[in-house]
Unconditional design. Sequence first.
Length: 263
Amino acid sequence: MSNKPGDRKNPLAKAARADRNRKIFIQVGVAVVLLGLVAAIGIGLAMRKSDNNKNSTAATGSFAPTVTHDASAGPVPPNVTPGGAITIGNPNAKVKIQVVADLQCPACQMFEHSNSSTLQQEVQSGTATIQYNIISFLDRSSNGNKYSSRAANAAYVVAASDPTKFQAWLGTMYEKQPPEGANGMTDDQLIAIAQAAGYTDPSVAADIKSDKYASFVTDETKAVFATGLQSTPSVWVDGKQVNDPKALMTTDGIKSVIEAAAK
């Protein structure tokens, strides 16, 4: 870059220098933000604190919510754990993985993009079983159309229909995740994603439209936060919370954690 007096007086040269400086500033700023995100990832773009420290997952090192739900307020999805989790794979597999996520959460999307292939492989090989707690607390991010809650309901609907297709469905849901602050997907869009994943039974579409498990999702979300959980995604492998950002947010990062637990 020239420092000649003529350049300093030249408006075009001055503008070019300003543009270069702006680009450098943006690049540095993006790098700082990304590093900050990874470092802070407990994991939380979707941070929420609980006042209940008695059952804090940080204190116990494990994650074991218990859902209290009045069935008269709405049905309980079949085959969920007492903690409200969707179980994928052989429940007697050597390694148990627990994942807590909100389908509107950008950090959850990052975790899924980084580790979905590994998680599917570990389930298919019989090495691991995965318990997914799909919670809902980001409705405020979808312009009032309660996307977080409706997406969580859809998760329990499709898992109740056929858990073997759940992980593929989940991957598509994150691929199509609406931006925060935008309108969330409509019921028809949620139904289309389910159908593309192989959920063609008309009852699936009907249960998505009727918000069949809405009341259960509310109680399950409360139970999850009552444990002291503070962020999403939160991940445990054999009862130990995974806090390493590289394991959570780099491609196949979770694989080494699972392999170590399987030994």
